[in-house]
Design a protein around this ligand. Structure first.
Ligand code: SF4
Length: 260
């Protein structure tokens, strides 16, 4: 099924289901996805198995210049973004200058639109890098992926290319002292002849226990929205069920948002 890649460093602004008017930043190549995961629902398609011909990542200076130009244009047009969001063609924290780029972005945000938030959508795989953790502590919305608290489901849904250890992941997340958001995509279907479903009773119980331990400032609950690499083999979870999961999170005293 068709999936898509962003073709520039700065994209949008777009109206995001979860974030409002969002100016996107892509720190990855425009010709291929680069990610430490290979989620079966990824809107950017499958992660290439082998590194391709060497594509340059945008430099820190290129990102700063592109963001400055766009924010300046938006200022002239009287259009304010709600949020500057790091997402794009893969995992933004893989960029070797991620920490410096975040510093530049916060400075530019303060200069042009001090009310806007700086957000990072991350799969959390690079939390083992101290500079990444320190950078994420500075942003307004540090959104970390947790699709399941069961290791075998993480392997099936996210297909990490790096070693993942949920206990270690939780340890790193605790360093944020509650200043983080958990993003969870619920989905059903089939992959490689096996059932996929992170909404079963066992799944939700384990996931809620993890949420109760971690105590994020918010949980963003969503489901597939666009094409996925598995096409019709994956199905949306109905909004009524997402809302029912959200109510159980709310009972823990934790805010939720639901995007169906
Ligand atoms: S972590 Fe994000 S970018 Fe990477 S494969 Fe999963 S959905 Fe795609």
């Amino acid at each position: 099924m068709p999936t898509f890649l962003f073709d520039s460093i700065v994209f949008g602004p777009v109206h995001s289901r979860r974030l409002g008017v969002s100016l996107g930043i892509n720190l990855l190549p425009v010709t291929r996805k680069v990610c430490s995961f290979n989620c079966i629902y990824c809107e950017c398609g499958w992660t290439p198995a082998k590194p391709g011909p060497k594509e340059q990542l945008p430099s820190r200076r290129e990102v700063r210049d592109a963001l400055r130009k766009k924010l300046s244009e938006m200022k002239d047009q009287g259009k304010a973004p709600d949020v500057i969001t790091y997402a794009g063609n893969g995992e933004p924290t893989l960029h070797p200058d991620f920490a410096g780029i975040i510093d530049d972005s916060l400075a530019l945000r303060d200069e042009f639109f001090p009310e806007a938030k700086v957000s990072v959508l991350s799969n959390g795989s690079m939390l083992r890098r101290k500079s990444v953790r320190e950078a994420l502590k500075k942003v307004d919305q540090n959104m970390l992926k947790l699709d399941s608290a069961l290791p075998e489901t993480v392997m099936q849904l996210n297909q990490p290319h790096v070693m993942t250890n949920l206990a270690k992941y939780e340890e790193y997340i605790r360093e944020f002292e509650g200043r983080f958001i958990i993003q969870t995509l619920f989905v059903r279907g089939e992959c490689d002849g096996r059932t996929v479903d992170n909404t079963t009773g066992e799944e939700i119980s384990a996931w809620l226990e993890a949420i109760a331990r971690l105590r994020p400032q918010q949980v963003m609950i969503y489901t597939i929205h666009r094409d996925t690499p598995l096409g019709n083999n994956l199905r949306k979870v109905p909004v009524s069920e997402l809302n029912a999961i959200a109510r159980r999170v709310n009972q823990l005293g934790i805010a939720t948002s639901v995007s169906g």
